[in-house]
Design a protein around this ligand. Structure first.
Ligand code: BDP
Length: 699
């Protein structure tokens, strides 16, 4: 198996397992005639045939006589059913199995759910059950460039673009749409947030139309990232000032033109005034004014604007002890609350910096009480091992989604804010950056697919436990053998903590190279530059002082009850200590260790934990197909080695700067490490390495 099927393998059940489904009807009757309905019916027929080993046939409802043979009945709800949008219900009517969708997407999601039950050997429900998504926006962003490269993509080139235009062969786009539909995703932004200036040129729009056509049968609406300077660059106007009537007219005309080609177009994603992108600040206008000029023409077509909250100055002055990148989201947006058109949604990264291995939840979420919001998560493992390391991110996302921001001194967990429940917003939901590529298995590391799958599950139901999500994924991906399921579930569930341990613990940031590829240790590289991913380590101590009392005041951006927890060293959780406070290396954590000893210990623990992955995986050899087995094994070996590199780099760096030795005398002894410079290898020579901590002895 090459991983192309992802979790939709529909592997043949054993005769014994299939027995439980022997009495299922073999006809699939479908009422609706849309592309989505047809896709749903065919998927059900294909999935059941493949798993149960005998044919299932699709028959349109119309024309079936009343004394029909039992069937799976795919139906659309009537008004009286009063079902929430995109939801589905299962019920038994005599010998029929009814899948009732609130709409065609509901039918499709019901079908995928039923197939999942069979693939994981669950009984089909006997009494009526229902399921509805937590929020209307469940999107994926791809950061694909028109030239076919992918920003922060780690699995080959773009499935959408090549050589400046949309690919001729879009078969993988349809396959991707199917995977996304199976986890309830309903929107896909196909181009980089750092949008190509040609995105809205007519010839590009023709290509995007073809992509939208591939996605539509899967209930997925296409959206585009756009550059705010398009009226000038594409429209040849003299300005892109959002308050200029000619600019408004250009957007209006352009939006209408898009809808003539793509009638279900979902809208725009906007990155502006950020990391060099042009934006409204150019004309002294606000993000609300920029978002609204886009939103107004989209409104009548049912389109939305996802305006990104990722706006900050990347030329910060490191010498300024009050400067703090984490403050930027709140500082730039909180005063605009209530000033956005109703079809504008703020898309906010879950943490205030940038997808580090551990960040607190952005305080901006609690500040926008009259603005719809989505949380932006990152499936592509930019700072978390780039799909060379296994890091299951669902526990991290759940940790963020469950964080109670205590807005208005009441319970307002992040998940309820983005569901629109906390502040009664009509829109809202989830966006994640996925960046699948042409690699056959989509994300390179077979285990990384659990993040894509898990994201969809959380966007549908953020209350679903991580244990349940991974268990289902493992069964779908590697089969139901108890030993296989137990082992893979455990490995995945441990992996985030392990990665945090051997990279940057205590909320310090990932400690990776910051300026370039964001991969491997580059401890000092975050310090002393304008990008603001600082952790302010000196000879005495470490950590960003973000307190109100003595620091940057960032903590004061949280609602008072949560701010009080973070402000006090007594109550600030260890996991976020160095994000919130600057402390001496000898400061004692709640667990009794000093900060410096914790840094040493956690790095040894993390590397040791990862060294168990390959042996535990090896025990599954008889039960896993050879291709995926070998691929994972190779990556686990690599990760174990790279974790040692990480461990020694971070520990050496902190030993050097603090001058405090490891109580257990490991640091600078480099246990389990093979030293390249002590080997004899033809054609190699010893060179000095920068940053020095990435090689023991700097060579
Ligand atoms: C950072 C990435 C950069 C993205 C940016 C963004 O390094 O490639 O363009 O975020 O989200 O994490 O806009």
């Amino acid at each position: 198996e090459d991983g192309h099927a992802g979790w939709l393998r529909y592997a043949r059940l054993s005769a014994q397992d299939a027995q439980a489904y022997a009495s299922l009807p073999q006809i699939i009757s479908v009422e609706g005639s849309s592309q989505v309905d047809r896709c749903a019916a065919q998927e059900l027929a294909h999935g059941l045939s493949s798993m149960l080993g005998h044919p299932f046939a699709v028959a349109p409802t119309a024309g079936r006589n009343t004394a029909h043979a039992p069937a799976f009945d795919l139906r659309l709800a009537s008004r009286n059913d009063a079902m929430p949008p995109e939801s589905y219900r299962f019920k038994r009517e005599g010998n029929d199995y009814v899948i009732l969708g609130a709409d065609t997407r509901g039918v499709l999601y019901g079908v995928f759910h039923l197939l999942e039950l069979v693939a994981t050997l669950q009984p089909l429900p006997k009494s009526t059950t229902a399921s509805a998504p937590a929020a209307p926006i469940r999107w994926v962003n791809q950061w694909d460039n028109l030239d076919g490269s992918i920003e922060r993509g780690y699995a080959g080139r773009s499935i959408f673009f090549d050589g400046g235009k949309v690919r001729d062969d879009l078969s993988r786009v349809s396959d991707y749409g199917r995977l996304l539909a199976s986890i309830g995703i309903n929107g896909l932004t196909v181009n980089n947030v750092n949008a190509d200036l040609r995105t809205l040129e007519p010839e590009e729009l023709a290509g995007f139309t073809r992509i939208a056509d591939e996605l539509r049968p899967w209930g997925i609406r296409l959206s585009l990232s756009i550059d705010l300077s398009s009226p000038e660059v594409v429209g040849h106007l003299k300005t892109f000032d959002p308050l200029d009537p000619a600019v408004a007219a250009w957007w209006s005309k352009t939006v209408d033109e898009i809808y003539t080609r793509i009638p279900d177009f979902a809208g725009f994603v906007v990155k502006a005034d950020s990391e060099g992108r042009p934006g409204p600040s150019h004309y002294d206008r606000t993000p609300a004014e920029a978002a609204n000029v886009l939103a107004r023409p989209l409104q009548k077509h049912g389109g939305i604007v996802l305006y990104r909250g990722f706006v900050y100055n990347h030329h910060l002055d490191w010498h300024d002890l009050k400067a703090d990148r984490a403050r930027a989201g709140y500082d730039n947006f909180h005063a605009l609350d209530g000033k956005f058109e109703p079809n504008v949604v703020l898309q906010i990264k879950h943490g205030p910096i940038d997808f580090q291995v551990r960040e607190p939840v952005s305080p901006l979420f609690a500040a926008m009480r009259h603005t719809s919001q989505t949380v932006e998560l990152e499936i592509t493992q930019e700072y978390t091992g780039q799909q060379r390391h296994m890091v299951f991110l669902v526990p991290m996302w759940k940790w963020a989604l469950d964080t109670d921001l205590r807005a208005e001194n009441r319970s307002t967990p992040l998940k309820e804010i983005v569901e629109g429940r906390s502040f009664h917003q009509p829109l809202g939901g989830f966006v994640a950056v996925a960046n699948v590529g042409m690699d056959t298995n989509w994300l390179h590391h077979p285990m990384a697919m659990a993040n894509l799958y898990g994201y969809g599950r959380l966007a549908w139901n953020p209350d679903e436990p991580a244990e349940k999500i991974i268990d289902t994924w493992t069964r779908l991906t590697f089969g139901n053998k108890p030993e296989v399921v137990r082992t893979i579930d455990a490995l995945q569930l441990e992996s985030w903590r392990d990665y945090e341990n051997y990279t940057g613990p205590l909320g310090i940031g990932t400690l990776t190279d910051i300026i370039g590829v964001h991969y491997g240790p580059g401890v000092g590289s975050a310090e002393n530059n304008g990008w603001g991913q600082w952790f302010r380590a000196d000879r005495q101590g470490v950590g960003m002082d973000r307190t109100v009392a003595t620091g940057t005041g960032y903590i004061g951006q949280y609602p008072p009850q949560l701010a009080a927890i973070y402000e006090s060293l007594k109550t600030c959780p260890d996991d976020l200590l160095l994000f919130m406070h600057h402390v001496p290396y000898t400061y004692r954590l709640h667990n009794g260790d000093t900060v410096i000893q914790h840094i040493y210990n956690s790095h040894y623990e993390g590397a040791a934990a990862v060294a168990t992955y390959a042996p535990r995986w090896l025990a599954l050899k008889p039960d896993i197909d050879p291709e995926r087995f070998e691929k994972v094994l190779e990556l686990f070996h690599y990760q174990a080695g790279h974790a040692i590199v990480w461990r020694d780099a971070v520990n050496t760096w902190f030993h050097t700067i603090s001058g405090i030795p490891d109580e257990l005398h490991r640091v600078d002894n480099f246990p389990d490490r093979m030293e390249a410079e002590s080997m004899q290898a033809d054609g190699y020579r010893t060179v000095a390495v920068t940053p020095i901590e990435t090689a023991s002895g700097g060579h």
